[in-house]
Design a protein around this ligand. Structure first.
Ligand code: F6P
Length: 319
């Protein structure tokens, strides 16, 4: 193996650049060459591929987004499209590939693996919704951004004695919501993995107001409903001075946290090591602070298991 291709695919996540840097520099350290593929699988098809070296990967560890750009490209599910991608890899003499993205991206990586190019998947998404890894690259950064926003909201909530329903990202996973709820001492948290009762939320708010706590933050995962919809449901139960806030794509950007930079660096280096051992078709994860691998195929049947202890703590410490 001489040349490794790297791409970022799906929604961007802080820390993707750190992973690109790690793959590039580790490859060079081992006497290999790295090739950046712009715009994920769409760029692969278009042959938007360039030699990426240590210099290009300088000063990017602290930058959010991805210098390789990203795209969602469902067309890659079609075999003729895959074969065109394979032609491009051959044209550039690329023998193996590292794909940084969510589980949609792993489908594409696996197809390349089936076509004879060893492929490694790194979990890059703010949602933390990939099975067999405790953390995905980008989750910690997005979480910190959400918590910072909630700290700001609490200031104004307290000044005006308001209740904020704050919607955070996560797609169908409640990870950002429940971790942010603990870290921002939210008064309640609503996630897709757990049923909720609006009457109960309202009763808690009332009893807390009666005890003198006149402002509140309710963290809502986007997979449940929108902040505005939830506020509408709560409105008939009392005068809570409701405001609905959606943090939105702010969570996707910004300088990655040290945790995400280190995670991405460890995973990127490990991916190159595994490729050098001739391995492919693997998804890299971290479990109990140890790097692990699972067959990408197994990921498609598995379900992400959120750490429900965090939810329990969020609930128990609220009010
Ligand atoms: O998967 C990352 C994510 O930010 C989700 O949290 C969110 O639901 C979705 O992507 C938003 O997608 P888009 O950037 O295409 O609007």
């Amino acid at each position: 193996m001489k040349r490794i291709g790297i791409m970022t695919s799906g929604g961007d996540a802080p820390g993707m650049n750190a992973a690109v840097r790690a793959v590039t520099r580790k490859a060079e350290h081992e006497g290999l060459e790295a090739y950046g593929i712009n715009y994920g699988f769409a760029g692969l098809l278009a042959g938007d591929i360039f030699r990426i070296d240590s210099r290009t990967a300088d000063d990017i560890i602290n930058r959010g987004g991805t210098i390789l750009y990203s795209a969602r490209f469902p067309e890659f599910a079609q075999e003729p499209v895959q074969l065109k991608g394979v032609e491009q890899l051959k044209k550039f003499g690329i023998d193996a590939i590292v794909v940084i993205g969510g589980d949609g991206s792993y489908h594409g990586a696996l197809r390349l693996n089936e076509h004879g190019f060893n492929a490694m998947g790194l979990p890059g998404t703010i949602d933390n919704d990939i099975p067999y890894t405790d953390f995905t690259i980008g989750f910690d950064s997005a979480l910190n951004t959400a918590v910072h926003a909630m700290d700001n909201l609490r200031d104004t909530a307290a000044s005006h004695e308001r209740t904020f329903v704050v919607e955070v990202m996560g797609r169908n996973a409640g990870d950002i919501a429940m971790w942010a709820a603990v870290a921002s001492a939210a008064e309640d948290v609503i996630i897709p993995e757990k049923d909720f009762d609006v009457a109960e939320v309202a009763a808690k708010l009332k009893s807390s107001r009666a005890r003198g706590q006149k402002h509140a933050i309710i963290v809502l995962a986007e997979g449940v409903m929108t902040a505005a919809e939830f506020a509408d449901k709560l409105k008939p139960y009392g005068d809570f001075q409701l405001r609905a806030t959606t943090i939105g794509h702010v969570q996707r950007g910004g300088s990655p946290t040290a945790f995400d930079r280190v995670l991405a660096s460890r995973m990127g280096s490990y991916a190159v090591e595994l490729l050098m051992e001739g391995k492919g078709g693997l998804a890299i994860g971290i479990q109990n602070n140890k790097l692990v691998t699972h067959n990408m195929l197994d990921l498609f049947d598995a379900k992400h298991e959120p750490e429900m202890d965090v939810y329990k703590v969020a609930k128990e410490l609220a009010f």
